[in-house]
Design a binder for this molecule. Structure first.
Ligand SMILES: [Cu+2]
Length: 219
């Protein structure tokens, strides 16, 4: 509901943080706007009523500084674990499958290392804009850029990572269901940015291996 379908192992945790933050900020948004409306009406200009000069209120100022600080600190601690789990290479799960994505104006070059597990060898499997991932299997995704800054974004996996020239980065994805999704470039990268789309297919390990073999045969 409201959010795109979740198709990755850590998506639910990301969504949970999102909702907690939305509830907190939403609550204070309505509280503040409500107070504003109330005071605007209560202290509106009336004939014969003199304006009061209020210099400030230290107690109230301390409260409205400390309360947000405590909330921010709590959110930082609460999100730290999920963030580290998703983004800290030291905490990545063991990945049998690896894929390299080289972004360029305006396409995603996808490369699998092939049976030898080593990139840039003759048995590599390469595709353009077609990323396949096995369901239930954590996959290591290496992201690079050939030219300008792009951003690898698959909303259904709750992952977004900039592709920066000269700065290889890594993310991991463990799809939890079979389906078809889109890779969108989330960084304005030139005139063709709008058509920089890739397609993700998540499927069973058997189908994934079959696809790899067929793609290699058709190269
Ligand atoms: Cu791009």
């Amino acid at each position: 509901m409201l959010l795109p379908e979740n198709a990755s192992s850590y998506g639910a945790q990301v969504d949970q943080l999102f909702w907690v933050i939305l509830w907190i900020t939403g609550f204070f948004f309505f509280l503040v706007q409500g107070c504003l409306l109330f005071f605007v009406l209560k202290y509106r200009a009336e004939p014969g009523k003199k304006a009061a000069y209020v210099h400030g209120n230290t107690a109230v100022e301390v409260i409205w500084t400390i309360v947000p600080a405590v909330i921010l600190l709590a959110l930082t601690l609460a999100s730290q674990q999920v963030w580290a789990e998703i983004r800290s290479p030291k905490l990545f799960p063991d990945t049998k499958v690896q894929v390299e994505i080289l972004a360029e104006q305006f396409a995603w070059n996808v490369r699998y290392p092939g049976p030898d597990g080593i990139f840039e060898t003759a048995d590599d499997v390469t595709t353009l804009n077609q990323l396949h991932l096995p369901v239930g299997e954590p996959t290591l995704v290496k992201i690079r850029s050939k030219d300008v800054i792009h951003s690898f974004f698959v909303p259904e996996f709750r992952i977004k990572q900039d592709a920066v020239p000269g700065l290889p980065t890594q993310v991991w994805i463990k799809p939890i269901k079979a389906g078809q999704y889109e890779i969108r470039c989330a960084e304005l990268c030139g005139l063709g940015h709008y058509r920089m789309r890739g397609f993700v297919t998540t499927e069973s390990s058997e189908d994934f291996m079959k696809w790899l073999t067929e793609t290699k045969a058709n190269e």
